[in-house]
Design a protein around this ligand. Sequence first.
Ligand SMILES: [Zn+2]
Length: 377
Amino acid sequence: MNRRPLCFGRLLLVVLLGTWSLPLTGQPLSGPAAPAPTSAPANEPQSPTYRPDSLYPLDGLLAERQAALNFDPLTGIGQLLSGGDLIRFKLGEGLFLFGGSLISWLEPVRWVDGRLQAPGATLQAMGEWFALRRAERTALTSVAVILIDPGHGGRDPGAVGLFGSGSAAWQAREKDITLAIALELYRQLTQLWPDKTILITRTGDTFPSLEDRVSMANGLELGVNEAIIYISIHANASFNARANGFEVWYLNPEYRRTVLDDSKTEGHSQDVLPILNTMLEEEYTTESIFLARAIQDGLSAQVGGQTSNRGVRAEEWFVVRNARMPSVLVEVGFVTNEAEAQRLSTEAYLQKLTKGIYNGVVSFVDYFEQRRTPSTP
Ligand SMILES: [Zn+2]
């Protein structure tokens, strides 16, 4: 059997069929009946043939695309994951989210006879999209942009630790520490990846607003398979002078943010926006957690013997929650702890912190671009 070329034209056709088809009857609407589903020949990957309007369990699609199904009965949201590509759907809803941005209307997945089932046209569209993505991804997926954001600056010093008195008085300022680390991280990443766009929100003692920092990233035009990651660097302060250590924050998954532009849903009901945002948010959150863990591990390897590893944390940071991309905020240490403030004032310690963040970013990007697959035994 000839294999059909895969293209979006076909996908869109299927989408339209799905949109306009009549309520499910178990029978094709018109034309000759397609043959019943058959199993693929032993060594040639081949899509099952579906009747567009008949209901089938998702098993055939899962086997065909080696996909995993994750379904949450409480929210009714399901995810199909195949080789890093994700399709999200909601039970009984015609709205499907393919990857991060492609919205399609298909006949919905339903709960029938104690299991998830979908019409043949829906399964076919999903199977073809997975195949297309696989073909594209093989060559192209990359982290194209890394945005480094040294916290504070200019009139905003951030946290300040004041120590000693008289002629022995000295201080450690967050804005200086974050800039030193960010500039060195920028230099090292630019050297490692001349083909990637490495951006930094400030290179001197200036104060870009929080909106400026985030819009710098959100305004970038990216290719279909290009991603951007956002790393905000800060130092900590506490009334407890003994508090010390580093931690990495990512967005609290319970925070509901608007990650999708209204423009992408033109012509569709506003009702779907919350559903889409919930779906998309989960992807960013998952990637942000991976990135946070990678940086935390990197820091732990460099300075874990000298200060506390305070772990990976979730919070609703402004800079993070407005970024439509995997984003983390790194707290490198406490300027209010005298011993830590002294460390943070030495070139050698800042180099170690930079190396830790750098190693974390490199391992995340390697994972993301699938040069390594940690999940493979
Ligand atoms: Zn800060």
